[in-house]
Design a protein. Sequence first.
Length: 214
Amino acid sequence: MTSPNSPAPRSAVKSSPLSLTVLSLLHYQPLHPYGIQRLIKQWGKDQVVNVSQRASLYRTIERLLSAGLIEVRETERDQQYPERTVYAVTDAGRGAARAWLLEMLAKPKQEFPEFPAALSFLVMLGPEETLQVFTERAEALRTSLSEIDAIMAVEAEHRLPRVTMLETEYQRVTVSAQLAWLDAVIADLQAGRLSWSNEELLAFAEPKDATGAE
């Protein structure tokens, strides 16, 4: 039975890339939210973690604080800047970050990115329009691949340990694989090896009896 004087139970925090990033950065030193955001960009973590909305970072910090995974270390006061709260990771936060990291690395997780979802409804478009949007996507991927190659060249020039570049390597492999697949589909569309029509799709969707007859 819980004592009336017992502290309220802290809410559990589900693992997420942004939560892991915040805890990991606070492993190095206490930081205020602006410092966390700045390091995320300086270290290129914004390429693998969605921090496009600053509010997402603040909500994540609030959840980690409520769960006892981080704590307020101090409040900085400076005439040039608004008051800033500096956070530090707790022992519980270190343990959570390690557990999340091990699970994320070892266990593939069913994720739901936009592109496969859109592919599942591709039949709403015709072959010509599909060719157009796939060509546009392929060009965007080629640009991304060039940018990744430039990042890898800079990393190699600085002779960084390979372990610090594995995320960039993985990005290159996945972007390159998607581009190769997309180029093959575009070639099939251009050659007419991949085509469909509403009539064909409707005929395929017609109910059939147990013998296979319509």
